[in-house]
Write a protein that binds this ligand. Structure first.
Ligand code: NAD
Length: 283
């Protein structure tokens, strides 16, 4: 039986620690870190994510404000709101919930958020900082994966780390963070040939594909650590990851479940980034 890497318990513990840090910050500086969240349209999944972020902010003492804009909002209107928040000193973090409606260019929106307030770390300037290993913010999901490895004393150094997925949000930054910790990193993607031959070499396997039960036991080395970033909904409505948990768990040294693995860590890292942004605003 593999060690279950419990993201829910870890994120709870990290939020308790953060609450203490935020209390101390507020006492010293006379204001709480502030996060502005913008949601455009009424995508039900996005609405749930935003509500989770609001609740998590309230639980740790971050002052959050949510701007709910209609689905037909013009790009310029959204950009004007971001510019206003960029200039507002009581706002330390700005997050635009993705995806955005078709009439709005995601790239333009992300480029308009001040890099100092970019708590998702999606701005090209922050992505560049990650490449050179000199950063304030890390993208929340890969940072959450690194925090789980750290809290479970799973060393990356010298390990073969295989990341399946090369998105800008998960796969690519994940690979950079594993490399920074001295892992030997291979990135696999939809055009990779003989995928299972590569994943079977992984000491640490991170799946960020978006396909239910994609990673099966025959793709995993005995004793590997398996991190499942995927969030997929089955036809019956249940959530599952990219990893066929029941069969892989029998072979792995440690494994994250879905739900209750990487997912809860993502919001927690956003909260940490918001405190970092508030601290940076004082410099
Ligand atoms: P994406 O669709 O942008 O990227 C998927 C990646 O999988 C691509 O790079 C693609 O090359 C690769 N891929 C697709 N088919 C493949 C195949 N047959 N073989 C090998 N690689 C293949 O998705 P994303 O935004 O990176 O998200 C990935 C998953 O992680 C999704 O399920 C998403 O819901 C989930 N996610 C979870 C969190 C979290 O908080 N836990 C955060 C972000 C994304």
């Amino acid at each position: 039986m593999a060690i279950l890497i419990d993201g829910k318990a870890t994120s709870f513990a990290m939020k308790e620690e953060l609450k203490v840090k935020i209390e101390a910050f507020e006492k010293e500086n006379g204001f709480a870190p502030g996060l502005s969240v913008i949601i455009v349209g009424d995508d039900p999944a996005s609405a749930v994510y935003v509500r989770n972020k609001e609740n998590a902010c309230a639980a740790v003492g971050i002052k959050s404000t949510t701007y709910r804009l209609p689905g037909d909002t013009a790009e310029e209107e959204l950009l004007a709101l971001i510019r206003r928040l960029n200039a507002d000193v009581s706002v330390h973090g700005i997050l635009v919930q993705l995806p955005l409606p078709k009439q709005i260019c995601e790239e333009t929106v992300l480029a308009t958020i001040s890099p100092n307030k970019d708590v998702d770390a999606f701005h090209a300037q922050n992505v560049g900082h990650i490449m050179i290993g000199n950063y304030h913010f890390l993208p929340c999901t890969p940072a959450g994966v690194m925090a789980l490895l750290d809290r479970y004393d799973i060393s990356v150094e010298g390990k073969h780390c295989v990341v399946i997925g090369r998105s800008n949000i998960v796969g690519k930054p994940q690979a950079m963070l594993l490399l920074e910790k001295n892992g030997t990193v291979t990135i696999c993607h939809s055009r990779t040939k003989n995928l299972a031959d590569i994943t079977r070499q992984a000491d640490i396997l991170v799946a960020a594909v978006g396909r239910a039960n994609f990673v099966t036991a025959d793709m995993v080395k005995e004793g590997a650590t398996v991190i499942d970033v995927g969030i997929n909904r089955l036809p019956d409505g249940t959530l599952c990851g990219d990893v066929a948990f029941n069969e892989v768990e029998k072979k792995a040294y440690a494994i994250t479940p879905v739900p209750g693995g990487v997912g809860p860590m993502t919001v927690t890292m956003l909260l940490y980034n918001t405190l970092t942004a508030a601290k940076e605003s004082l410099k």
